[in-house]
Design a binder for this molecule. Structure first.
Ligand code: CP
Length: 319
C-alpha cells in the first residue's frame, strides 16, 4: 500500500510518521532545518515562505514545547496561526473531529498541526482530506497516542547530528517507559533509517513492548549494562496518563533502578550527551545533577525544534 503521507510523485504531502520515509527525505528536512537555524539567529527572524497561509494548531492533549514551537515556527515563516482552544471548541458539545476539520477547511485552512490522545487521529484527518478532494491541505502529526511523534524524532536526530556529526558509529540508548512512548518509536525508526550503529532500549519488562526486538534494537533490563559505552542517552518520562493499572511499585523505586544519576552516566562514553523530549520529571527518571549538567542538551533540543518545524512546514507547503 502506498505511504499516505507521500504524494504520487514521492513528495511529502503530510508528515504522519517517520516509519517508511526515505533516508533522503529525512536528510533533506535536517539540512533545511540547518538553514532555518541561521534565520533564527538573525535580528529579523521572519521569512515570507508561508505568507498568506493559515496554520491551525489543534491540540487535543496538553503540550508546552510542541505547541509553542510550532506556533513560533509558523510565525517565523509569516503564516497566520490559529490556536484552536479545544476545551472551549464545539468538540466539547459533541462535534466530531472530522466535522471540526470540515468547518476549519471552510475557513480556508492550509495546514493542520494535530496532537491527539488517540493513535491514528492525524491519519484519519489526512484520509478524510483526500476523500473530499483537498490534497492541498496538509496534516502534521504533533503526537498521536503512543504511536508517533515525528517532529520530535526529527529534532532529536537534528540534535544528535549537531553534536555527533555522523550516525554510523554511534551507540544510542533509550531508557524508560518505551511501552507508552511515541517518542521512542519515532526515534528508533529515524535512527534506523539514518544508519545508527547500535540502538538499545532499557527498562523494566513491564514498560517494554514484548516484540520490541523486531524494531532492530538490543533490549536491556539493567540500566548499568545498557548504558555502558553509549554515545547518546535518551531518557523518557513515565507516561502515567497512558498506563492502565500499576506497572511499577513506586516512583522512588523506579528512580533507584532506572534514574539517570552522575554515577550511572559515568558508565557511558566520557563525551556522551544526555537528551530528554520533556516534560522532565526530576528525581523520577533523571537526577537534577545530570539534567542541569553540561552533558545535557535538553534545551538545545527545544531550540532546534523550531528550525525543524519550520523545515517541515516549508517543505509541505512546496518550498
Ligand atoms: N516533547 C513534547 O512533546 O513536549 P510537549 O508535550 O510539551 O509538547
Amino acid at each position: 500500500m502506498p505511504d499516505p503521507q507521500l504524494g504520487a510523485d514521492g513528495r511529502l504531502n503530510h508528515l504522519l510518521s517517520i516509519d517508511g520515509l526515505p533516508p533522503d527525505t529525512l536528510t533533506h528536512i535536517l539540512d533545511t532545518a540547518s538553514s532555518f537555524l541561521k534565520v533564527s539567529d538573525r535580528e529579523v527572524k521572519k521569512v515570507p515562505l508561508l505568507r498568506g497561509k493559515s496554520v491551525f494548531n489543534l491540540f487535543f492533549e496538553n503540550s508546552t514545547r510542541t505547541r509553542t514551537t510550532f506556533e513560533i515556527a509558523a510565525k517565523r515563516l509569516s503564516a497566520d496561526v490559529i490556536n484552536l482552544d479545544v476545551g472551549r471548541s464545539s468538540t466539547a458539545k459533541g462535534e466530531t473531529l472530522l466535522d471540526t476539520i470540515d468547518n476549519l477547511v471552510a475557513m480556508h485552512a492550509d495546514m493542520f498541526v494535530v496532537r491527539h490522545a488517540s493513535s491514528g487521529a492525524p491519519y484519519l484527518i489526512a484520509k478524510h482530506l483526500r476523500r473530499v478532494g483537498r490534497k492541498d491541505v496538509h496534516v502534521i502529526n504533533a503526537g498521536d497516542g503512543r504511536h508517533s511523534h515525528p517532529t520530535q524524532g526529527l529534532l532529536d536526530m537534528y540534535t544528535i547530528r549537531h553534536f555527533k556529526r555522523d550516525f554510523s558509529g554511534l551507540t544510542v540508548v533509550i531508557v524508560g517507559d518505551v511501552l507508552h512512548s511515541r517518542v521512542a518509536r519515532s526515534d528508533i525508526h529515524a535512527l534506523r533509517i539514518l544508519g545508527a550503529g547500535e540502538i538499545r532500549v532499557v527498562g523494566p519488562k513491564t514498560l517494554l513492548p514484548s516484540v520490541i526486538e523486531h524494531l532492530g534494537v538490543r533490549v536491556f533490563n539493567d540500566l548499568a549494562e545498557g548504558i555502558r559505552g553509549c554515545d547518546v542517552v535518551i531518557m523518557l518520562r513515565l507516561q502515567n496518563e497512558r498506563m492502565n493499572g500499576a506497572l511499577l511499585p513506586s516512583a522512588g523505586e523506579y528512580f533507584q533502578c532506572y534514574g539517570l544519576t552522575p554515577r550511572i552516566l559515568s558508565l557511558a562514553r566520557p563525551d556522551a550527551i544526555v537528551m530528554h523530549p520533556g516534560p522532565m520529571n526530576r528525581g523520577v527518571e533523571i537526577d537534577s545533577a545530570v539534567a542541569d549538567s553540561p552533558r545535557a542538551v535538553i534545551l538545545s533540543q527545544v531550540t532546534f525544534g523550531i528550525a525543524v518545524r519550520m523545515a517541515v512546514m516549508s517543505i509541505l507547503a512546496g518550498n
